[in-house]
Design a protein around this ligand. Structure first.
Ligand code: ASP
Length: 328
């Protein structure tokens, strides 16, 4: 019996790009910055798709833009760890070649998604963490920076406030990743938590899918904690024979349900992405009381998005134009 990998479909495909910039109760005074951030990410990524570029290049460009934007919990401006540092996780996956690259707990890279791309292209391995990931990136031409360059005063204040509430034993509207987990019963309020992780999914003219997700993780997390965002099949996944997905939200429940893969499997089994996106978020809440948001794109260009948080910053670019919003 002969086996072969499907590299791409033969038919010409209208390109599609979806991005998200986190799912939570985005306050009024942060709404414009979130919409502007997802819009410029869309513009950067869709320009690549329009001139015949790959889905992988498009998601990398879109996520790079959002890592550079301090509005989001990715790259500079990310939430701080319990000890006041920025620790970043990122993954990207090429659904045509079935290649993936991920980094976690990196502290000295401005754009972890670009390091993830280097892992995908240049390494026989798939995932690097900490100092090893930074050294791999350095050896492949990336500049290592001081962690303080990624830290904003806004985030120092946010961390201090969270830790003061924690010390006072107050019920917090900010889920602290410092704790390992919460039961569904105690998770109320988690939907109010800032979840500003960024992600993108794309379908290119050659019919290939790709996905990328990048995050600073949860506020006040214990150093070394890795969430769903950079784990294959959890916060990010792409396979031409199924779908491309990126998630945001409370990472621990998403990881335990391997929710990205769950959603793409449902598309592969024939469910419309629109339905599968809603079902995935429904499953997240029903099974573990989790909150979050999802963008999901099928190989035929149909897509869906859903969130059970009050808002999700999203954007979609197709031949019909660019759209952004704060409610799916
Ligand atoms: N899912 C991310 C994490 O748990 C957080 C987020 O989406 O903002 O690390």
């Amino acid at each position: 019996m002969h086996y072969h990998m499907r590299m791409s479909s033969a038919r010409k495909q209208e390109p599609v790009l979806l991005v998200h910039g986190g799912a939570w109760a985005i306050p009024e005074d942060a709404a414009a910055a979130h919409e502007a951030g997802v819009r410029s990410a869309l513009e950067a990524g869709y320009a690549i798709l329009k001139r015949g570029g790959t889905a992988l290049d498009a998601v990398e460009a879109a996520v790079t833009g959002m890592e550079d934007d301090p509005t989001f919990d990715a790259g500079r401006g990310s939430f701080l760890t319990h000890d006041g540092r920025v620790q970043l996780d990122a993954l990207l996956m090429d659904g045509g070649r079935m290649k993936a690259g991920g980094v976690a707990c990196v502290e000295r890279l401005r754009n972890p998604i670009q390091a993830a791309r280097l892992v995908l292209e240049e390494s026989p391995h798939v995932y690097f963490v900490g100092a090893g990931a930074e050294e791999f990136a350095r050896q492949h031409g990336m500049t290592l920076i001081d962690n303080s360059e990624l830290v904003l005063e806004r985030e120092r204040e946010r961390l201090a406030a969270a830790q003061a509430r924690e010390a006072a034993g107050l019920a917090d509207d900010t889920f602290s990743g410092h704790r390992d987990d919460k039961s569904p019963e105690t998770a109320c309020g988690a939907e109010m938590t800032s979840h500003d992780t960024v992600g993108a999914v794309a379908l290119d003219a050659a019919g290939n899918l790709a996905a990328a997700t990048s995050t600073g993780g949860t506020l006040n997390k214990t150093p070394g904690r890795v969430g769903d965002s950079s784990l294959i099949g959890c916060g990010c996944y792409a396979d031409n024979e199924a779908a491309a997905v990126s998630l945001t939200g409370w990472g621990e429940p998403i990881m335990k349900l391997v929710l990205g893969k769950w959603a793409t499997d449902h598309v592969a089994a024939g469910m419309a992405p629109e339905t599968a996106a809603c079902e995935a978020i429904g499953y997240l809440f029903r099974r573990l009381g989790g909150h979050g948001g999802i963008i999901l794109l099928g190989p035929d260009g149909r897509f869906g998005m859903a969130h059970n948080t009050p808002a999700m910053a999203w954007g979609v670019a197709t031949a019909a134009g660019l759209r952004t919003g704060l409610r799916a």
